[in-house]
Design a protein around this ligand. Structure first.
Ligand code: EPZ
Length: 416
């Protein structure tokens, strides 16, 4: 296992280019199961979760040729099982469920179980698939799904689940008749999947809205597609530039998808100029504490909560951070406290009292975005910060150490 060692206190300067969105690439890779043939996918980020998904699809007979574009060939599907060993390392593997029952009329997918940030059930996925005519049986920790021809349904999602919406959207494209998904997730990555499906010949209305209407077709066809940029990666570098009071240009940033995030950074005193695909963070600001509440899109994203909390640790005044999406997404608090942060947690609220400085220490990553918040805090802390269990970071950040080094950070990755 590696660790990342940072000598903090260096203002970041220069340009960083954002990679493809992990949470768009994952469902789009799963969607290639819907139609046999060869696909060309551009801007697929080189992440651990992408490699895990490719391994999972390869078990089912899918073939790949690495590069940009990534070539995917789903002509010979030989299996429809997502094993526990794999699903337990990446919940998003449940995204094969919808495409498999639509294409192969069956699937055996391990229940994902919980993870560091919460129980993460998939009851809404299963309820929606049953409405589409899928027979669901839970057996020894596996979902056994069978379906003849799926039929359209009018589905209301109790919670606007992102992967729940994506599973149902993918299954509905090949169902007989019309499906309506109400209270659908509106995250941009859901829209990217919908546009990919439309490029494959799916008939989808209401893309990016909370009501998706899908008119099933008898077959889809492989296509070529470019994955959107990762708004959470962009927000993460924004926090790194702001906390070090640097001057950074963030290129390939999906600015229209970041309005709730940019609004909060500006309210906290960060000086920004933006164009459609670029954010410039200007130095010389004084950070002040602002309250933030995570919400489904277009609200402030839960995937930016930990990174923003790190920034608030050095703001003047207090910041009340409320996490409304996951039950246990404050694992980074205990580690930020080791760096000298003053944070009090009560239920799903974290009260951050800004300090004048943080001081470096060894800390441990617990989940993907928590690890990012520790890196961000370490970049500003006086002295040396060591972040352990960095495999969490590899899941969602491509070339993080290289990108930060290019911005002048004193950071390196070494064996722990
Ligand atoms: C997606 O997870 C993202 N993952 C997460 O990103 C992100 O944090 C989350 O959406 C919220 O935006 C991918 O897209 C691969 P949900 P997902 O279903 O779909 C409850 C990252 O850092 N729920 O929208 O699993 C659930 O427990 C990751 O990149 C049910 O109760 O999240 C949670 O409290 C972390 N039943 C809430 O809904 C269900 O059937 C939102 O979950 C489904 C969800």
């Amino acid at each position: 296992m590696d660790k990342i060692v940072i000598e903090g206190g260096v203002p970041l300067h220069g340009e960083v280019t954002i990679s493809g969105a992990k949470n768009a690439a994952l469902p789009i890779l799963a969607a290639t199961l819907l139609a046999p043939g060869a696909y060309r996918l551009h801007n697929v980020p080189p992440l651990a979760d992408i490699r895990t998904t490719k391994r999972l699809l390869a078990i089912m007979g899918v073939q790949f040729e690495d590069g940009d574009p990534l070539l995917v060939d789903t002509s010979n599907l030989t299996g429809w099982m997502a094993p526990y060993e794999l699903v337990k390392t990446m919940r998003a593997a449940v995204l094969v469920l919808g495409p498999l029952v639509a294409r192969a009329h069956q699937a055996i997918v391990s229940l994902p179980g919980g993870c560091a940030i919460g129980p993460r059930p998939i009851d809404l996925h299963l309820k929606g698939l049953e409405a589409l005519g899928v027979k669901i049986n839970l057996n020894q920790g596996y979902v056994e799904a069978k379906a003849h021809r799926l039929h359209g349904a009018d589905i209301h999602l109790e919670i606007p689940s992102v992967t729940g919406t994506e599973n149902l959207l993918m299954a509905a494209t090949l169902a007989q008749g019309t499906t309506i998904i109400r209270n659908a997730a509106r995250e941009p990555e859901v829209g990217d999947l919908a546009r990919f499906l439309r490029a494959m010949g799916a008939h989808i209305e209401g893309i990016d809205s909370e009501v998706l209407t899908i008119h099933g077709v008898s077959a889809l066809t492989p296509t070529e597609y470019t994955i959107m940029s990762d708004r959470i990666e962009a927000g993460t570098y924004l926090a790194a530039a702001a906390i070090t009071k640097g001057e950074v240009i963030i290129k390939n940033a999906p600015v229209p998808h970041l309005s709730a995030v940019l609004e909060k950074f500006q309210a906290a005193g960060v000086r920004l100029t933006t164009s459609d695909e670029q954010i410039t963070v200007h130095s010389g600001h004084t950070l002040t504490g602002v309250d933030v509440k995570t919400l489904p899109y277009p609200g402030f994203p839960t995937d930016m909560q930990a990174q923003f909390m790190a920034l608030m640790c050095l703001a003047k005044g207090a910041s009340l951070i409320t996490e409304t999406i996951f039950e246990n997404r404050f694992m980074h608090v205990l580690e930020l406290r080791r760096l000298g942060a003053d944070i009090t947690v009560s239920g799903n609220h974290a009260l951050v009292r800004g300090r004048r400085q943080l001081s470096g220490a060894p800390v441990m990553a617990t989940d993907l975005r928590a690890s990012a918040s520790l890196i961000i805090a370490g970049l500003a802390a006086q002295g040396t910060t060591e972040v352990h269990r960095v495999y969490h970071l590899d899941r969602g950040y491509a070339h993080l150490v290289e990108k930060l080094s290019q911005l002048g950070a004193r950071i390196k990755r070494v064996p722990a």
